[in-house]
Design a protein around this ligand. Structure first.
Ligand code: PEP
Ligand code: MN
Length: 253
């Protein structure tokens, strides 16, 4: 029997917006014993007119959060889209995220090994939405050759572009299973993999049924007001229910 709350599950907003926003997410995760929280300072957005993230200014909010939660109670997950951003987040990010759009940014991948240290628990590499599993694994090899131990790499399947799915994206369960076969920790992201809040919890349950290493879910105290990916954001209550129903219930696998 195992309690899945101890696996590699990550929850939090698409983007860090304010102390009020992140502290509500943090309080819920603390109640539920989930340490990994999304604290994205930099957002790779399709439109240059969209919110690009708080950037380095967001560090003050995270410092404030640290006054309430110890390092082992709340662990920050943050994406770097460039080598300069990597230098900002590496000192405090427990999980350094390389996003789908940068899966083949080879210079960025090569720069990860040199900045990790004993407090870097993992480097999370998302699959590009139009990349093959082979390309994904080659990108993971760039990380390894840069100095990231294989056991510190988490691969994240976040859905591929689809011309037939009503939301334009679909979770590729077989890709996730194939990545697992290559010996990596693998999680799935049903938020970007469905793009619509009503599908997130059911698809998250399907993801967990695969028996992989965890899920990454976007949630927000006021989903409709989320500055990015509002349509796929769960409320705090919805995220908490998902955790109670799916991660705290003991399983036989
Ligand atoms: C994210 O998880 O914040 C994100 C931008 O997702 P992706 O890189 O999968 O689009
Ligand atoms: Mn998002």
């Amino acid at each position: 029997m195992k309690n899945r709350a101890n696996s590699l599950n990550i929850f939090g907003p698409c983007a860090l917006e304010s102390y009020e926003q992140i502290s509500e997410v943090a309080a819920m995760l603390f109640r539920q014993g989930i340490p990994y929280i999304r604290t994205q300072l930099y957002k790779p957005r399709t439109s240059p007119d969209s919110f690009q993230g708080l950037g380095k200014d967001g560090e003050a909010i995270l410092k404030q959060l640290r006054e309430t939660y110890r390092d082992d109670q709340l662990k920050f997950v943050c994406e770097a889209c460039s080598i300069a951003q990597l230098a900002v987040i590496a000192p405090w990010a427990s999980i350094i995220q390389i996003g789908a759009r940068n899966m083949q940014n080879f210079e960025l991948l090569k720069a990860v090994g040199p900045v990790i240290h004993e407090k870097t628990e993992y480097v999370l590499l998302k699959r590009g939405f139009a990349n093959t599993v082979e390309e994904w694994l080659e990108s993971a090899r760039y990380l390894i050759q840069s100095g990231v131990p294989k056991e510190k790499i988490i691969l994240c399947e976040r859905g591929t572009r689809s011309v037939t799915s009503p939301t334009g994206v679909q979770m590729d369960f077989i890709a996730a299973l194939a990545a697992k076969k290559a010996g990596f920790a693998v999680i799935l992201d049903p938020s970007h993999g469905t793009k619509k809040a009503e599908y997130v919890a059911p698809v998250a349950k399907a993801c967990l049924a695969l028996g992989l290493d965890g899920i990454m879910i976007e949630c927000h105290p006021e989903p409709k007001k989320s500055v990015s990916d509002a349509a796929q954001a769960l409320s705090i209550e919805e995220a908490e229910n998902l955790i109670k129903e799916s991660l705290h219930s003991a399983t036989n696998d």
